[in-house]
Design a protein around this ligand. Sequence first.
Ligand code: DLL
Length: 439
Amino acid sequence: MNQPSARIELPNPLDPEETMSRDQIESIQLTRLQDTLAYAYDRVPLYKEKYDTAGVHPSDLKELADLAKFPFTEKEDLRKTYPFGMFAVPQHEVARIHASSGTTGRATVVGYTQQDLDDWAKLGARCLRIAGVKPGWKVHNAYGYGLFTGGLGAHAAAERLGTTVIPMSGGQTEKQITLIQDFEPDAILCTPTYLLTIGDAMKRAGLDPRKTSLKTAVLGAEPWTQEMRHELEVMFNIDACDIYGLSEVMGPGVAGESNQTKDGSHIWEDHFRPEIIDAFDPTKVLGDGEHGELVFTSLTKQALPIIRYRTHDLTRLLPGSARPGHRRMGRITGRSDDMIILRGVNLFPSQIEEIALRIDGLSPHFQLEITRPGRMDQLAVRIERREECSTERAQAAAKELAAQIKIHVGSSCAIDIVEPGTLARSSGKLRRIYDLRNK
Ligand code: DLL
């Protein structure tokens, strides 16, 4: 007999490290950091060479602050040693390889031992749990599967938590919608802009995104704002939480946000030591609360230990809230290499997102185009009007957007309102900036 079974609450205990005090975490960090530095120095020629040149030795790390004495690791280091030169274990101990697509230059390749995969799944599961995903739930995973860490990383996290995973991967938006309708998942994992695309496509098909079975979305892989959170939460009638990570450090699951506090992602500091540095003067390590570039050191990784890795992500560290021993990261305002410098003014796509979504009639679908017709840089914001917004109203919205950008960002720009559905969509990371200055 095929009786629908009543939902039962499955056990969902926190990892003991999740509830550790700040002191306990820092004490673990110190020993793990000492071990990692020695391990990397002994096993990865590039680290030995860098430290010898800088005149530092792993034994110089006596307290956490001593980490600042050690050189940074950059994406370029992984490229120089492509493909496996920074691996610290022989190939037969590497259980899996991932790689970043590398829009510029060579791909960066990362590797995991079985233990690394196990830790990754555990930390990913922490992120889903803190976001409110429960064992026994059905989880629709629309992060891309393959060399990108999103798909398989989120998949393992959801399995580890004890959910039923639907490994849909990215793309095929109509099929995504069919599966969401038919399989009735409780949670969805994808990029924020892809969830938006799914919602728009549902509306176009005459379906109400607020009526799906979805309760929670765990979104990451690209910057998104509070305004975008609000947009998606209202659109789908769900809770939307952040998940952060990067392949060089692990993949999705380095940090995750609580659905209770929705105040930024908790960094799992028993496995990673974060720092914030001044992006323009990297010798300066900044204090908690100060904005700068996020730097990570892995504390337990075997295949690819990574020390003081410059993420180029701009944010700040905040005290833990839902997990008091682990610090949070503020929202990522952008990447230092995504920063547009327009006639001397620094600008990030997230600022435009924030402003545009507060204006009636404007959709979250926009692109930024920078050109240099004469000697001056020009910014054009191309943005779709909302379906229900009239063309006249959209013109007024355009004026308001230009004025708000002038006030809040400090630069003038042209606004081009376009029809709904005309700008490119992506099932993964969305490209917002089109810099045509050197074309
Ligand atoms: O994007 C890993 C990931 C997959 C994270 C799925 C979350 C969900 P990479 O392709 O190596 O790895 O890209 C890493 O993406 O340095 C950030 O610039 C950006 N990023 C990742 N998560 C967030 C987030 C994955 N929650 C780069 N908010 C990072 C803002 C994010 N930016």
